[in-house]
Design a protein around this ligand. Structure first.
Ligand SMILES: Nc1ncnc2c1ncn2[C@@H]1O[C@H](COP(=O)(O)OP(=O)(O)OP(=O)(O)O)[C@@H](O)[C@H]1O
Ligand SMILES: [Mg+2]
Length: 259
């Protein structure tokens, strides 16, 4: 099967808390993510976006239904799925480069190769000068960039990103958007990217999903044709296309009307 690498969310519902006061975070959700898709997920705060990402990452198991990759059920985290969290999770006692190299170390990559990889990704996220600082010496945005470098360096098949650029200034955000698009175009990785920015979702995604308020349900699912693998169009050019503006408007109104 050519689609055997798909990630399939099949009849998943998610509840939290004890039986008598449980909260439903996700309505029944069915979703197929094909290899190489760049899926952007937007929706109001508390609608269950992070919950869906945590389920796919394998940090929690679904209350109902199942999630499979290549036909095997996800029962925990794995090296095939790298996660960039909403707030950075770095090891404060290690320097920046060691944090980036950590996943590679677990994979048994040689020291020289690890150094070369970390240098490459630290340069990409603009942290070369901070490679030997401890992470607590970095600002929040810099920690976030370090986290992104770490996930990219470990080269997972699926990159799961939870509002990774939310804490960054506009210029850095735009630069990292372009870098991420570039990486995606070159590597064909499968990306699930959560964002509150409709503009970012439509700009980055090859597919845009919108979730309704809790208990979350996917209410909008359309291809976004602006960023294609193997093809690079200038960011300003994409953002001024009538079709881009039109889709952005429809995504915006779908979020508003889902309330
Ligand atoms: N571990 C948990 N225990 C209890 N309730 C939880 C837990 N995790 C999430 N929830 C609840 O599930 C709902 C969905 O949360 P989730 O974090 O998935 O939302 P979100 O869409 O990511 O929101 P935001 O955009 O603010 O990050 C919320 O009502 C939240 O309180
Ligand atoms: Mg969230």
């Amino acid at each position: 099967m050519s689609r055997d690498k798909s990630l399939v969310v099949d009849g998943v519902r998610q509840f939290f808390g004890p039986k008598n006061s449980r909260v439903q975070a996700l309505s029944r959700t069915d979703l197929v993510i094909e290899p190489g898709q760049f899926v952007c997920l937007a929706g109001p705060s508390g609608c269950g976006k992070t919950t869906l990402l945590r389920l796919i990452a394998g940090f929690i198991n679904p209350s109902e239904g199942q999630i499979t990759v290549s036909g095997s059920e996800i029962i925990g985290p794995g090296p095939d799925r790298g996660v960039v969290f909403q707030s950075p999770t770095l090891y404060p006692w290690m320097d920046v480069a060691s944090n980036v190299e950590l996943g590679l170390k677990f994979q048994g990559v040689s020291k020289d190769q690890r150094r070369a990889d970390s240098e490459r990704y630290l340069q990409m996220v603009g942290l070369t000068d901070f490679a030997h600082r401890r992470t607590y010496e970095l600002s929040g945005g810099m920690q976030q960039r370090c986290q992104i470098a770490r996930v990219l360096a470990s080269d997972p098949e699926f990159i799961l990103m939870d509002e990774p650029f939310g804490a960054l200034d506009a210029l850095t955000r735009e630069r990292l958007q372009n870098e991420l698009l570039d990486i995606w175009r070159k590597t064909g990785k499968t990306i699930l990217f959560i964002t509150h920015s409709v503009d970012e979702a439509v700009f980055l995604g090859s597919r845009v999903l919108v979730m309704s308020p809790r208990p979350g349900k996917i209410v909008f699912d359309e291809p976004a044709i602006f960023s294609k693998p193997g093809e690079s169009i200038a960011a300003e050019e994409i953002r001024s296309l009538p079709a881009f503006l039109e889709l952005r408007e429809r995504v915006r109104s779908s979020i508003q009307h889902s309330h």
